[in-house]
Design a protein around this ligand. Structure first.
Ligand SMILES: O=P(O)(O)OC[C@H]1O[C@H](OP(=O)(O)OP(=O)(O)O)[C@H](O)[C@@H]1O
Ligand SMILES: O=c1cc[nH]c(=O)[nH]1
Ligand SMILES: [Mg+2]
Length: 216
């Protein structure tokens, strides 16, 4: 795992042999929809696990059948916000790790000509002050969709923001660093080479929504 903190965005690249192995299955163009969804779920669970490495916990006592043991409980249950469609494939894995999380939904699709995010759903509580929020989206390309989502969350008072992504482009990371979201944590499986002329990540894994669900 490598970490870097530039311009207020803390970037953690999870470079584990098993995350690399699952990511290789996602990248492989021969992986079909079913296998893609399964691999994304497995990889997401590892990324979410890493995203909680520094979470605040309450120290508690646990009565075992033998004695009292020191234990821990996550202090504030998080909110997960999958960015539809592709982020839906990460939600069940996140809930497997933190079942008492709240869930919000944001739907954003890139305009195919301009690559600009077009919002079609924002199902979020009006007040997110004090609420740690974890945005789930496998792809960070130009960064437009993620920044749009972070803006929606910040407008509602959220300040404790983490993005969990599978693959990013340097252009997207730079856009986050140039955005208003100081203090954002980004936990990501890999940062690839660059964007192509269609704003797709190279080498990337193609369209993460289409590869799970088919074309939209
Ligand atoms: O960083 P950006 O340039 O904004 O690109 C990344 C976005 O593109 C993908 O969604 P897409 O628009 O393909 O929608 P989908 O999930 O419905 O396929 C992906 O899931 C991100 O949300
Ligand atoms: O490479 C990319 C870029 C945006 N969205 C995707 O799903 N893949
Ligand atoms: Mg897509």
């Amino acid at each position: 795992m490598t970490s870097a903190s530039d311009d207020g965005v803390h970037v953690r690249v999870v470079d584990h042999p098993l995350t690399r192995a699952w990511l290789s299955i996602l990248r492989d163009q021969a992986t079909d929809n079913t296998a893609f969804r399964s691999a994304l779920a497995r990889l997401s669970q590892m990324l979410v696990y890493e995203a909680f490495a520094d979470v605040d916990v309450d120290e508690i006592d646990v009565q075992t059948p033998v004695a009292v043991a020191p234990g821990a409980r996550v202090s504030t249950p998080p909110m997960f916000v999958p960015v539809l469609r592709a982020g839906l494939g990460m939600l069940e894995s996140a809930l497997a790790v933190l079942p008492d999380a709240r869930i919000g939904f944001v739907g954003v699709g890139r305009d195919e000509e301009t690559a600009q995010p077009v919002e079609y759903l924002a199902s979020l509580p009006a007040d997110l002050s004090g609420q740690p929020v974890y945005v789930l989206d496998p792809m960070l390309a130009t960064g437009g969709s993620l920044i749009h989502t972070l803006d929606l969350l910040a407008e509602r008072g959220a300040t404790d923001l983490t993005a969990v992504c599978v693959v990013g482009a340097p252009e997207g990371v730079a856009a986050l660093q140039g955005s208003a979201h100081r203090g954002l944590r980004l936990v990501i499986g890999a940062i690839d080479e660059h964007l192509n002329e269609d704003s797709f990540i190279v080498p990337g894994l193609g369209d993460a929504g289409d590869r799970q669900f088919g074309p939209r």
